[in-house]
Structure formats: structure tokens, C-alpha cells
Design a protein around this ligand. Structure first.
Ligand SMILES: [Zn+2]
Ligand SMILES: [Zn+2]
Length: 155
């Protein structure tokens, strides 16, 4: 019998000064957030988030931090490369211990398929979400709704 081995997910910023790795038993799902804050923050159509335990995330290289108050009132901390300003992950004070990786910074970002979508009510009109992928009009109401979205994927 062999122990299941952890998968190491690695990624980094555009210029290569910041690298990260996170080792996990199972690859966490990635979800797309179509809120207007994510559109502004990314300068793009939506944010791609992968929630990982902050304690498992090993970041090397010099980073700079920004802060921002989310619509929920949570204070978000944004961690980026000092040189190229690529945003690597965020944390917020209402979800201690969780780091939301910007999933597009993963080395194998081409393998990412969003497992569910949130804030679909403000998605850009050209985006078509597949019928069989869960989509929530706005923010999931509470921790239970988040848990049920993540649970649907696990099966
Ligand atoms: Zn950089
Ligand atoms: Zn968002």
C-alpha cells in the first residue's frame, strides 16, 4: 500500500520574480467570479479563484500588498509582485486561513475549467456558461451555499 501523494501546484508572476507552490491532497476547484469588482481588479471579464489553505502556500520573491473593502464589508488583502505587479492571491478578514489564488497565475493554467460561476447577473453579455455548470446570479448567500457549490463538484 502506498500513501496517496500530494499534488504540487506551482505558478508565479509575469516577470518570474515571484514563484509559489502549494501541495494538496486534491486539486481545489476553480470558480469564476463575474462581479464588477473582479472585472475592474483584473482589467478583464471575470476573476478565476482557487481557494487554498494559506498555511500551505509557499511564496518566494518580493511581494507588495494592497487592500480593498469588498461589498460584503470584508477587508481584502491583495498580494502582488513588486516588480511586475501581477496579483498572486488575496485573503480577507472574514475567511481567515484561506488564500484565493488568482488561478491564471498557475503554470498549467490551460488546464483550468471553472467548476461553477458566481455573480452571473453582471457577467459580460458575450459569455455563455454551459448548461451543466452551476451558476449563481449573485454572491452565494452564506457559507452553506458556498459549501453546497463546492460539494457538487466533489461528487
Ligand atoms: Zn513579477
Ligand atoms: Zn468577484
Amino acid at each position: 500500500m502506498t500513501e496517496p501523494t500530494d499534488e504540487t501546484l506551482a505558478g508565479g508572476c509575469l516577470c518570474g520574480a515571484v514563484r509559489y507552490a502549494v501541495s494538496l491532497r486534491r486539486r481545489p476547484p476553480v470558480y469564476a467570479c463575474h462581479c464588477t469588482d473582479c472585472q475592474t481588479r483584473t482589467g478583464s471579464a471575470f476573476g478565476l479563484q482557487m481557494a487554498v489553505p494559506e498555511a500551505r502556500l509557499v511564496v518566494t520573491g518580493e511581494t507588495v500588498e494592497g487592500t480593498h473593502v469588498q461589498p460584503s464589508g470584508a477587508m481584502a488583502r491583495i498580494v502582488a509582485c513588486t516588480r511586475c505587479l501581477t496579483r498572486i492571491y488575496t485573503t480577507n478578514d472574514q475567511r481567515p486561513g484561506i488564500a484565493n489564488l488568482r488561478a491564471g497565475t498557475l503554470d498549467d493554467s490551460a488546464s483550468i475549467v471553472p467548476a461553477f460561476h458566481v455573480w452571473v447577473s453582471s457577467r459580460q453579455p458575450w459569455i455563455v456558461i454551459p448548461d451543466d455548470v452551476p451558476a449563481v446570479d449573485r454572491q452565494p448567500a452564506d457559507a452553506d451555499e458556498w459549501a453546497s457549490l463546492f460539494a457538487r463538484i466533489a461528487r
